[in-house]
Design a protein around this ligand. Structure first.
Ligand SMILES: Nc1ncnc2c1ncn2[C@@H]1O[C@H](COP(=O)(O)OP(=O)(O)OP(=O)(O)O)[C@@H](O)[C@H]1O
Ligand SMILES: [Mg+2]
Length: 382
């Protein structure tokens, strides 16, 4: 059992505490949970992990493990294992020697050590490599030894700081699968740090998104993706970035019309609660939730006239990049694959998949999840 809780944990550096590495944060990690700290470089991920490990004392707050305050406990007494980005294997020890070392340090008897090494090597596909030295291994194999060495003594908490960032893209994807499988086999409470949103989404039970020392949103991957609570999360998560465009909200009866700076109607939505009158907001729509046509159809939603500037090919899919006059450049999934630069098109958003954020605070403005404005409310095309 290992349930980890951070209560108001913050960290400041500098003589007068002028560098805020981590704003006070509350976070509860369930026993056996795999949680990822996701955010850009310098946002405080490593700081949080080091406070949990006891390598760095927090400036405020406390760290709890299974109901015990461990804030001042020595790192060696926390029973946590950490894998760093620059994992250092013992160069003069074989794979077997590296895996065995933590058990030796804890005085585990020889036969038990041998059994656990065999087991871990089998799980990680390292059995044929047990007698090799680290320099005789590929990067991915070395990384697997580092993971095995950390896990072999079954720590209460497993901490990983960007453990895959030294590997190439293909190996990263493969190791991602291995880490997931490993966690299923040994469900140890895990905190995994990465700046790679795809990695976070693929691995985690929950993702904790950080920006500039602030924990912005914590939730399961699907929630983070579909219901971002802040414009930062909306922009950071997703293989293809969400369209984020400035709009003015204009109240029309019981709904609001979102207008681009040039006055073009973008979409009409209903808000949960009273729509603000003429407020500034940021409209967010994923390219997958927008469609385009050479000619708009009469289906009751506003169609946005735009001119294709470019076609972006991302693997199997391609995206149309089209400019709205006096408005934003929009990215739209190109299902038909027939758009050409210079072509005039019309774009429509799925009202049910539209996000709105307060322009000043970045916080989500709750949108009522209804489909389309009522037919005949307004002309389909201006
Ligand atoms: N010992 C220190 N003294 C002063 N400032 C520090 C110290 N350690 C970290 N910082 C600052 O705290 C902030 C957070 O650093 P941290 O290493 O936690 O970021 P990170 O999210 O892990 O970034 P990366 O993805 O680049 O590893 C940064 O602005 C960093 O410069
Ligand atoms: Mg870091």
């Amino acid at each position: 059992m290992a349930e980890l809780r951070l209560e108001g944990v913050g960290k400041r550096y500098g003589g007068r505490g002028e560098v805020v590495a981590l704003e006070p944060v509350d976070l509860a990690v369930r026993d056996g949970e795999f949680i990822t700290i996701l955010g850009p470089s310098g946002c405080g991920k490593t700081t949080m992990l080091h406070v949990i490990a006891g390598l760095v004392p927090p400036s405020t707050g406390s760290v709890w493990l299974d109901g015990t305050d461990i804030t001042d406990l020595d790192p060696r007494d926390r029973d946590m294992a950490m894998v760093f980005q620059n994992y250092a294997l013992y160069p003069a020890k074989t794979v077997r020697g590296n895996l065995e070392f933590p058990l030796r340090m804890r005085g585990v008897p020889r036969r038990e050590r041998a059994r656990r090494v065999e087991e871990m090597a089998h799980v990680l596909g390292l059995t044929p490599l047990l007698d090799r030295l680290p320099r005789q291994l590929s990067g991915g194999q070395q990384q697997r030894v580092a993971l095995g060495r950390a896990l072999i003594r079954r720590p209460r908490v497993f901490l990983m700081d960007e453990p895959l960032s030294n590997l190439d893209a293909k190996l990263r994807a493969q190791m991602r699968g291995e880490i997931k499988r490993l966690h299923r086999q040994f469900p140890i409470t895990t905190i995994y740090v990465t700046h790679d949103q795809a990695e976070a989404m693929a691995l985690s039970d929950r993702v904790a998104v950080m920006n500039r020392g602030v924990l912005v949103q914590v939730g399961p991957p699907a929630e983070i993706y579909h219901r971002p609570s802040h414009v930062f999360v909306a922009g950071f998560v997703g293989a293809v970035p969400m369209n984020l465009a400035r709009v003015r909200l204009h109240r029309v009866e019981d709904a609001v019309e979102c207008l681009f700076p040039g006055g073009q109607r973008a979409v009409r939505v209903r808000l949960d609660g009273t729509p603000p009158a003429d407020a500034a907001a940021v409209l967010g729509v994923r390219p997958q939730h927008a469609r385009w046509a050479a000619r708009p159809s009469d289906d009751g939603v506003p169609w946005i006239p735009a001119v294709v500037e470019d076609i972006d090919i991302v693997g199997e899919e391609s995206y149309v990049l089209a400019r709205v006059e006096h408005g934003p450049l929009l990215s739209v999934l190109d299902r038909a694959g027939t758009a050409a630069p210079g072509q005039s098109i019309a774009i429509a958003f799925e009202p049910a998949a539209v996000h709105l954020f307060d322009e000043a605070t970045g916080h989500a403005v709750p949108v009522e999840r209804v489909t389309a404005a009522r037919r005949g409310d307004s002309p389909a095309y201006p």
